[in-house]
Design a protein around this ligand. Structure first.
Ligand SMILES: C[S@@+](CC[C@H](N)C(=O)[O-])C[C@H]1O[C@@H](n2cnc3c(N)ncnc32)[C@H](O)[C@@H]1O
Length: 249
């Protein structure tokens, strides 16, 4: 991948200007939902990136880009709820996660990732219940489903398809892809997901990869995937994640 993709992240002035533009494009109802997601810690994704995700989904819907939606790495479901809220009723949103403690990083993910993983001594279920203690299910996937529906509305419930397990086993896509959010932190699942999703993306589709500027393994996976060429895509890193839009097949 060209160094230009990474250089964008330091352009704070341009980034702040674009944040204001993005917020202006979203209606108050969407901004209220983003506030709720942030205040209740329903997503690990910071508010600024949630605004960016919402803007990208709205753009894909406005252009009526055909295909499925996907999120790989859902955790508590905050970002997925926002995506589900903004997508059309006739879309399908595929959601991939182990729905338990995050799998361990590899050496390529670096010592910081290993240190964080070793510190995660609280089970995934305990973490999620801390935030949603009024919910009763013992099943983390069911808790995530409830959070997504609480954000997106019951009407979107039939649009959700859950895939529990390692993405290396579960992520097989045959349909065209209109939008995907890849938020898996580590090298191997990120590369595996890019390989499954990117060849299915259609012109006008948007794929957002979180953590490219935070986890070295994620950055290395993006670099490895796009090492064969980037000509069919435009890249935007100004919001703190990498937005990849397909411009030609
Ligand atoms: C940063 S969290 C996702 C945050 C989420 N998008 C949100 O809105 O809060 C990363 C998620 O990726 C999942 N994950 C990481 N590696 C995975 C793998 N190999 N297969 C399936 N899920 C994985 C973890 O279980 C975790 O829930």
């Amino acid at each position: 991948m060209s160094k230009g993709l990474f250089r964008l992240k330091n352009n704070h002035r341009q980034s702040n200007d674009l944040d204001r533009v993005n917020i202006a494009l979203l209606d108050d109802d969407v901004l209220d939902r983003i506030d709720k997601i942030s205040l209740k810690s329903l997503s690990f994704v910071p508010k600024r990136r949630l605004v960016s995700i919402a803007t990208a989904v709205a753009r894909v819907e406005k252009k009526r880009v055909p295909g499925i939606f996907a999120e790989a790495g859902c955790a508590r479901g905050g970002a997925a709820g926002l995506i589900a809220h903004l997508m059309r009723q006739d879309r399908t949103l595929h959601l991939y996660d182990v729905f338990e403690k995050i799998p361990p990083p590899d050496a390529v993910d670096g010592e910081r990732a290993r240190a964080l993983f070793d510190d995660l001594d609280t089970a995934y279920e305990d973490g999620i219940k801390k935030y949603m203690d009024h919910m009763t299910s013992e099943d983390p996937l069911e808790l995530t489903r409830q959070i997504i529906v609480s954000i997106a509305g019951e009407a979107k419930s039939p649009c959700l398809r859950f895939h529990r397990g390692l993405v290396q086993d579960t992520l097989k896509i045959d349909d065209p892809v209109a939008f995907a959010h890849i938020d898996l932190d580590w090298y191997d699942p990120t590369l595996c997901t890019l390989k499954a999703i990117m060849p299915r993306t259609v012109v006008g589709s948007v794929v957002i990869i979180d953590d490219v500027y935070f986890w070295p393994g994620c950055a290395a996976a993006v670099e490895a995937y796009f090492s064969d060429g980037t000509d069919d895509f435009v890249f935007d890193g100004v919001h703190g994640h990498l937005i990849v839009e397909r411009i030609r097949m």
